[in-house]
Ligand binder design. Structure first.
Ligand code: NAP
Length: 253
């Protein structure tokens, strides 16, 4: 067995939420290349591109359509998934951002963001971790953000939700580390995806962001996959309750 086999995901099944594009797609494809079977979760019928990328690389993917905002239905969806699959790795990646000034921020925007980014993550983790707790083995990776640490502007719900994501990384980890489950976070910096389209198109914002990134460029979803594989693999077995920041140096500034 070569040393790098510690990073292999061979024989594992990984569920990635929000796998239609962006960061979720990149992680799903990378996990497949590292040997895992994939369950791709999306809320619309748009998972074929990710499935095709995985199949072209010789991997396999099962699609599941679930609207994570519909939190009431999630426990039953989870039971259904667990009756079909052993899930070894859960990546809570799906997330939304709604922009408005704090003084005008609507409760609808607040609820949509909190339901998708926090309540769904909590319920999915709680339910899908139960068999992991019995098996004494499992990996849970929550996608956080730089706004797990900073306040941001015009995105109060997103900021609150991503601070909560980091809190849950620690809260779950404190209870489950002794049971062989590693719960960790991955905080992307500024990555060129749909999530950041609006600020990339605003020339002033785009320029001021670029000036602050020591690496001098926006990140690509692919930039996160090395850390994501590490957090899903045996190589991170003694890593608990930590969020890895992959941001081209933004937070060091
Ligand atoms: P994205 O392309 O918009 O990805 C978000 C994913 O979540 C999409 O696949 C989306 O599906 C899915 N999703 C949204 N609402 C959902 C729902 N109700 N049920 C199920 N799936 C839902 O943007 P991204 O940048 O890759 O974002 C992925 C994660 O990274 C998010 O948690 C985001 O907060 C985080 N993040 C991104 C950045 C960045 O710079 N891009 C930085 C920090 C953190 P549809 O496309 O079909 O709506």
């Amino acid at each position: 067995m070569g040393y790098l086999d510690r990073f292999s995901l061979e024989g594992k099944t990984a569920l990635v939420t929000g796998a239609a594009g962006g960061i979720g797609q990149a992680i799903a494809v990378a996990y497949s290349k590292a040997g895992a079977k994939l369950i791709l979760l999306g809320h619309r019928n748009n998972l074929d591109e990710t499935t095709q990328l995985i199949e072209e690389g010789g991997g396999s993917a099962h699609q599941v359509i679930i609207d994570l905002e519909d939190v009431e239905s999630l426990p039953a969806y989870c039971e259904d998934l667990l009756s079909q699959f052993q899930i070894d790795i859960l990546v809570n990646n799906a997330g939304i951002i709604r922009r408005d000034e704090a003084s005008d921020y609507s409760i609808d925007n607040w609820n949509a963001v909190m339901n998708t980014n926090v309540n769904a993550l909590f319920l999915l983790t709680q339910h899908l971790a139960r068999p992991m707790l019995e098996r004494k083995e499992g990996k849970i990776i929550n996608i956080a953000s730089l706004l797990s640490y900073q306040g941001g502007v015009y995105v109060p719900a997103y900021t609150a939700s991503k601070h909560a994501v980091n809190g849950l990384v620690k809260a779950f980890s404190n209870e489950w580390a002794k049971d062989g489950i590693q719960v960790n976070g991955l905080a992307p910096g500024y990555i060129a995806t749909n999530n950041t389209k609006a600020i990339r198109e605003d020339e002033k914002r785009n320029q001021s962001i670029l000036e602050r990134i020591p690496a001098g460029r926006w990140g690509e979803a692919e930039d996160l996959t090395g850390a994501a594989i590490f957090l899903a693999s045996e190589a991170s077995n003694y890593m608990n309750g930590h969020t890895l920041i992959v941001d081209g140096g933004w937070m060091a500034r």
